[in-house]
Design a protein around this ligand. Structure first.
Ligand code: LHQ
Length: 265
């Protein structure tokens, strides 16, 4: 996988890959290059067995400020406007790749996460926030509906009432509040943010990776399914998990009263 990107920093340390959106002067707003580069990396990582956990974060004082509105406005002014739904299909490809990633993806959010950047964080499996985080479904401020899967993720994470409140009022939700309402898994003081993210990422990277992929499939499918269908899927996925080396290692380690050494296989 290449790592020489224009607007991303991509660093692999052991089995953890960190993708840092790197346009700090624009608060890491998504332009076409960021979107294309991010999609390229995310799709490549899915195929790379040496990577067992992915962290997505932002450089500077923000996670991301959403779609770059200057480049979008320029397009409209030059008559080069495209149908927005066509543009959104590129984001949809990224969102779907994140959800289908056969390993855990963490969004590490410090500073503002606005618009589609917020919803990219929601597409990740787990979210760590610093206490300076500001989650903003900014869309209604500019007369738009939440996109990038926001309309799907928000009610599933925080319930319909909060989802509507965040989308209609378009007010910032702080890191501590985001933890309270279930928008993020954990909010920590900014001074502990990097260490907490790292500890979680390395813990997951040492885990039973193939089983994590099956867990994602089970949980993500179940919220749109019924009990009987989910129980059937559970059986199929458990058959797969049962065959993994990590399952055998987990049981052996338990019986030998030692910590399991998972290989991700
Ligand atoms: C920006 C941006 C930005 C460009 C800050 N673009 N420069 C998808 C498909 C198609 C169409 C439309 O939408 C979408 C999805 C979306 O994501 S729509 C939502 C787009 N995002 C927004 O509406 C958020 C716009 N930004 C803001 O409201 C504020 O900048 C936030 C709340 C993010 C941060 O506020 P502050 O911390 O006060 O920072 P700031 O406003 O001073 O921004 C710093 C700089 O970053 C500033 O540039 P400057 O040259 O003045 O220093 C901003 O213009 C620039 N910037 N967001 N999205």
């Amino acid at each position: 996988m290449r790592t020489d990107f224009q607007h991303l920093l991509v660093e692999q340390d052991g089995a953890v890959l960190t993708i840092t959106m790197n346009r700090p002067e624009k608060l890491n707003a998504f332009n076409d290059v960021v979107l294309q580069e991010m999609t390229e990396v995310v799709e490549a990582v899915a195929q790379d067995d040496t990577i067992r956990c992915v962290v997505i974060t932002g450089a500077g004082r923000a996670f991301g400020s959403g779609q770059d509105l200057t480049s979008f406005a320029q397009r409209s002014n030059t008559g080069d406007a495209l149908k927005v739904s066509e543009h959104l299909t590129k984001y949809h490809r990224l969102v779907l790749a994140l959800r289908a990633m056969p390993k855990p993806v963490i969004a590490a959010v410090q500073g503002v996460a606005a618009g589609i950047s917020c919803n990219i964080a929601l597409a990740c499996d787990l979210r760590i926030a610093a206490d300076n985080a500001r989650f903003l479904e900014a869309f209604a401020r500019i007369g738009l509906v939440p996109d990038g899967g926001g309309g799907f993720f928000l009610p599933r994470l925080v319930g319909m009432g909060k989802a509507l409140e965040m989308s209609m009022l378009a007010e910032e939700v702080s890191g501590p509040e985001a933890e309270r309402i279930g928008l993020v898994n954990k909010c920590v003081p900014l001074a502990e943010f990097e260490a907490t993210t790292k500890a979680l990422a390395y813990r997951l990277a040492r885990g039973p990776t193939r089983t994590y992929a099956l867990i994602k499939q089970l949980i993500y499918t179940s919220v749109d399914s019924d009990l009987e269908t989910t129980l059937k899927l559970e059986g199929e996925l458990q058959d797969e998990a049962f065959e993994t080396a990590d399952h055998r290692e987990g049981v052996t380690a338990f019986l030998e009263k030692r910590a399991a050494q998972f290989s991700g296989k």
